[in-house]
Each structure stands twice: as structure tokens, then as C-alpha cells.
Design a protein around this ligand. Structure first.
Ligand SMILES: Nc1ncnc2c1ncn2[C@@H]1O[C@H](COP(=O)(O)OP(=O)(O)O)[C@@H](O)[C@H]1O
Ligand SMILES: [Mg+2]
Length: 488
């Protein structure tokens, strides 16, 4: 069951959108996947057994007790409501404390993940002390929540244990009085005491179960919190598969903002890109170029307006078929731990070694790969740390080349390359751009001179568009940008 739940949670993680991950910390999500499901499995491993055993022994013991002396047994029953109220109260406190300590351990994991992922930055700024402080802070918070938890656990266990002992004492005192008044004989009294002992044992078990239940149920709550999130980007019930995409892209009056309460990144933007066209997008940093590109594969939904691919609203086609037809090389390259070949193959899972080499050659990666000791089988480390920035970029380009989609988006994909390899990748990109829609965000304007159309984004939307020559002749925003870069 634990592994089923873990799988279910992982599958849910795969469904959730960029919008969800923008707000989450990886460490927290990992804690939910590992710790929380563990406690839940402890609960249903021991829980049912504890309950059945307790129920049987308590009923059995009570019947025997009632047979020996009814009055004394009814008196014992008076303890039950008291114990229930007490247990209920501290159970609730325990729930709160356990819940918060689970959140806090998630914070610890999130902090560790953040520090370790950025360990190179930490060391370069010699900020090990700062990180230690951040870690000490989350640890202290965890400690505080843990001590709250232990306190309510102590009250819970100690109190209920005391009630159980009080029951024995009550029997001795009241039984003693009954013997004095000759209402009970000594043998019955001793039997009675033994049976009360049997009654106390399962009650202790039940108390243990109380804690187990809280550990499990708080884990379950955290598990359900994620599972109950409706992925905000889903296929509509009548979504169709896109087949044989030509690559006409059209933005119709698109407005977009990341969050309800934030300002629009773009407003009423309309743009047509014909199938097979090679369009470059330029504009100052932070203006929304990356955002515009991530709307096409529907990483986010537009706030207003619509985006059409081959005349279909992208919200009416299946996400899978949409994204399969779009290749995107993102600004921040992400490579997976593994070998070079595995990373290129990520673009086409059934690619042959020949195809991998072919793609690497197109991305001008083949030469540097062959120079590595193990060639295509070289392990590149987590996130590709064993490669240079330019090498990582070329791998990520090869990954898209092998996917070979009808629509390609390059988001400053050549920015980490030196001039020479940028030129080379540019060449193969232009070759690849034949017969497919290509959208390039370029960081050096010299690389997009050959684009069929250059679209300039500004605060107020698209401010100008045309070929390089036209825009230079216009002598406006683009010409300014270009002249500035040409001077350097
Ligand atoms: N995930 C996000 N959540 C909220 N705001 C974002 C997010 N990504 C980018 N932004 C904001 O949107 C604006 C456009 O960013 P971006 O498209 O990355 O710019 P560009 O690629 O043109 O440099 C910026 O002001 C940025 O702060
Ligand atoms: Mg960007």
C-alpha cells in the first residue's frame, strides 16, 4: 500500500503544472513522498491488529468482571467517559503538534536541498556560516514543534496511564470496603484485581494506537492535500489529438499574468507566425519573451484571448500531442544525471545510436563529446555539472534536434556559446528551420540578421516588426539596440 501511495503521489507530481511548481519547494515535496507515506503504512500495519485485540480483551474482561461483581464493574465504567474526554482533548493537541512537526521536517529538507543545490554559490561567496544559520533556524523550529509534540504525548500517555492505575486503586479501596461489609469475599476480590489488570493492558495498547493514529493521519492529511489539487492544466473532455502539424501559430488578443494579483506581463498581444517562418523575438530583459514562448506549449494558460496552432485553440487539443510537436530549448538548461547519450535520447526515447550522433553533429556537440574519455557514455554528473556552460547548451540543443518537431522555440539558447560555436549552431539551426516554424529569442542581435521577420517587444506590446533591413531603415527601437551592440 505504501508503494502504491508513493506511486500515486509521484504520478500526481507529474500532472501538476508550472504554476504549482512556481510556489513549491522541492524538499517539501520530497518529504511528502518519503516520510509521510511511511507513517501511514505504520498505521495500517499495526492499527487494525491493535484495535481488534483491544476490543476483544476489553469486552471479555468486562463480561468476566460484571459476572464477579456488577456494582464494582459499573463503578469502573464511570472512568470511561472521563478517559474519553481526556484522550480526545490531548489527541487533538497531539494532532496539531505532529502536523506542524511534519511541516517543519519538510522545511529542513527544503533548506538542505536549497543549500546543497547551490553549494557552489555558497562556497564562492564563502557564506557557509549564513547557510549554517539558516539551517539552525529551521532546526530550531523543528525542535520547538517536536517539544510541543512530546509534551502533549506525555500528557496523553501519562494521563491515561494514571487513569488505568486509578482503576486498580479504586478496585482495591472499594473492594476492601465491600469485604469489610461482607459483600465480597477475598477470593472474588483477588480474581477481580487480576481481571482489572487484564483490562488495563489493552487500554494501554489503545493509547499507543492513539499516537500511531495521529502520526499516520497527519501524514495522510499531507498526502491528500497534494492529491486533492486539481491540476490546473488538463485536457478538456473533448480534446483532440493534433496530427500532422504544419506550424501556424497565432496569438489573438492575448493577455497574460502569472497570478491574479500581479500585473499583466502582456496585454492584448496579437501575433501571427506562419508555418515554416523563421521569426526572431527581441526586447529588453524582463519584458516577457520567455513568458510568450512558454504560452505556446501551454505551460501556462492565457488569462485572456487565445492561441491557435494550425487554427486549433491550444486548449482544445491534448497537452501531450501539443507538446510533442513543439521543441523548446529553454534559457536555463536542465540536464539529467546520467550519460551524454541518455540525455540526448531524452528527446526521442527510441533513438538509435546513429541518430544520437547525427543530432549531436547538428548541434556541434559531436567533437567535444568524442574528446571526452568515455565519449557518448561519459557521465555528466547531476544537472551536467561536469560540463561547461556551452557544452550543456549544445546537448540541450541536440536533445531538441533529435525530437525533430514541426515547431521549434529557442530561448536564448546560444547565449552561453562562444562566438565561433554560436555561429556554427546558428548555421545548423537555420538549416533545421527549413520547413518548420522557428521562434528564436536572441541575445546577440547579430545572430538573427537572417530571420525572415524580427518582432520587437516593448512595454506596450509589439512595437515594431520586419526584416533586419526594414527595421534598421525605420531607425527606431531595434536600430538603437543594434547600433549599441555593434559598437561593443
Ligand atoms: N514564474 C513566474 N512567476 C511570476 N512572475 C514571473 C515568472 N516568470 C517570470 N515572471 C515575470 O514576468 C516578467 C517577464 O519575464 P520573462 O518572460 O522571463 O522575461 P524575458 O524572457 O523577456 O527576459 C518579469 O517581470 C518576471 O519578473
Ligand atoms: Mg527570458
Amino acid at each position: 500500500m505504501q508503494s502504491d501511495m508513493r506511486t500515486e503521489l509521484f504520478e500526481q507530481y507529474q500532472k501538476l503544472s508550472f504554476g504549482f511548481y512556481d510556489e513549491q519547494k522541492v524538499g517539501q515535496l520530497m518529504t511528502r513522498l518519503t516520510d509521510d507515506t511511511f507513517w501511514l503504512s505504520e498505521l495500517y500495519h499495526h492499527g487494525p491488529e491493535d484495535i481488534v485485540v483491544t476490543f476483544l480483551t476489553v469486552t471479555g474482561a468486562l463480561i468476566i468482571l460484571a459476572k464477579i461483581n456488577l456494582a464494582l464493574t459499573l463503578l469502573l465504567f464511570l472512568f470511561l467517559p472521563l478517559m474519553t474526554v481526556y484522550a480526545w482533548y490531548f489527541n487533538k493537541k497531539m494532532n496539531k503538534a505532529l502536523r506542524s512537526s511534519k511541516d517543519r521536517i519538510g522545511d529542513i529538507n527544503a533548506q538542505v536541498e536549497d543549500t546543497l543545490a547551490g553549494i557552489r554559490v555558497v562556497k564562492s561567496f564563502t557564506n557557509e556560516e549564513v547557510e549554517k544559520h539558516k539551517f539552525a533556524y529551521v532546526t530550531r523550529r523543528f525542535l520547538a514543534s517536536r517539544s510541543d509534540g512530546y509534551r502533549s504525548e506525555a500528557y496523553f500517555f501519562g494521563g491515561l496511564g494514571a487513569f488505568a492505575q486509578l482503576m486498580t486503586i479504586a478496585v482495591i479501596v472499594l473492594g476492601g470496603i465491600a469485604i469489610v461489609h461482607a459483600a465480597l469475599d477475598l477470593a472474588d476480590m483477588l480474581t477481580y484485581l487480576l481481571c482489572v489488570g487484564i483490562l488495563v493492558d489493552p487500554i494501554k495498547k489503545l493509547i499507543n494506537f492513539g499516537q500511531l493514529y495521529q502520526e499516520g493521519i497527519t501524514g495522510f492529511q499531507r498526502f491528500m492535500e497534494i492529491l486533492e489539487i486539481e491540476p490546473d492544466l488538463q485536457d478538456t473532455p473533448n480534446a483532440s489529438d493534433l496530427t500532422r502539424v504544419r506550424g501556424d501559430i497565432e496569438f489573438q488578443d492575448v493577455s497574460f499574468r502569472y497570478k491574479e494579483n500581479q500585473k499583466d506581463v502582456m496585454k492584448n498581444l496579437s501575433l501571427r507566425i506562419d508555418a515554416g517562418e523563421y521569426v526572431a523575438l527581441v526586447g529588453p530583459s524582463g519584458i516577457g519573451k520567455t513568458t510568450l514562448c512558454s504560452l505556446i506549449p501551454r505551460f501556462y494558460d492565457v488569462s485572456m484571448g487565445r492561441i491557435l496552432l494550425d487554427g486549433h485553440d491550444i486548449r482544445d487539443v491534448t497537452l501531450r500531442s501539443l507538446r510533442r510537436n513543439i521543441g523548446i530549448v529553454q534559457q536555463d538548461v536542465y540536464l539529467f544525471a546520467g550519460t551524454i547519450a541518455e540525455n540526448i535520447r531524452y528527446g526521442k526515447l527510441d533513438a538509435s545510436p546513429q541518430e544520437i550522433i547525427e543530432a549531436a553533429k547538428k548541434a556541434h556537440a559531436h567533437d567535444f563529446i568524442m574528446a571526452l574519455p568515455d565519449g557518448y557514455d561519459t557521465d555528466i554528473g547531476q544537472r551536467g555539472v561536469k560540463l561547461s556552460g556551452g557544452q550543456k547548451q549544445r546537448l540541450s540543443i541536440a536533445r531538441v534536434f533529435i525530437k525533430n518537431p514541426p515547431v521549434i522555440i529557442f530561448d536564448e539558447a546560444t547565449s552561453a556559446l562562444d562566438n565561433e560555436s554560436e555561429k556554427a549552431v546558428q548555421d545548423s539551426l537555420e538549416k533545421l528551420a527549413d520547413n518548420r516554424t522557428t521562434l528564436v529569442i536572441a541575445h546577440r542581435l547579430s545572430t538573427i540578421r537572417n530571420a525572415q521577420r524580427i518582432v520587437v517587444l516593448s512595454e506596450s506590446g509589439i512595437s515594431e516588426q520586419g526584416t533586419h533591413e526594414e527595421l534598421i531603415a525605420l531607425n527606431s527601437a531595434y536600430a538603437n539596440l543594434y547600433n549599441m551592440q555593434a559598437k561593443i
